[in-house]
Design a protein. Structure first.
Length: 135
């Protein structure tokens, strides 16, 4: 078995949540939130290199019927750019309800809405990765 980490992405127009697995790919952990701005691709590639990432899991938001929404189209466009900007394989994974689940978990832990905005994206990425690992 090759030892490398998985990296999950929760794409957002302003912020992009990042989560990493352990090297054996059994544990999901929130990692960082990156600004969706200039320098993003350099930061992402630096993480890929420094954390020995071998595959990216990109959360794909579908509606209740499993169909594309406007947000889905934005994520698909991001995926196209991901193909051009990183040198490792990646795949989409259904992220239905992960942001809502992350928000509920943070409220349960006592975070305010203002505080939760700071970590919701990386928590959602961690849930995407956890669901991927479980399946």
């Amino acid at each position: 078995m090759d030892i490398y980490r998985l990296l999950a992405i929760d794409y957002g127009e302003k912020r992009i949540g990042i989560a990493l697995s352990d090297p054996m790919r059994t544990i999901s952990k929130p990692y960082r939130v990156l600004a969706n701005a200039e320098g993003f691709w350099e930061e992402l590639n630096a993480i890929i290199s420094s954390e020995n990432v071998g595959r990216i899991i990109l959360g794909l938001p579908l509606n209740f019927e499993g169909e594309d929404t406007q947000k889905t189209k934005e994520v698909r466009a991001f995926g196209t750019e991901l193909t051009d900007r990183v040198n490792i394989p990646w795949e989409f994974y259904d992220e239905s309800f992960t942001s809502q689940d992350a928000n509920k978990a943070l409220k349960t832990m006592g975070y305010s809405i203002k505080d939760s905005r700071k970590v919701i994206d990386m928590m959602a990425a961690a849930l995407i990765l956890r669901n991927y690992l479980d399946n």
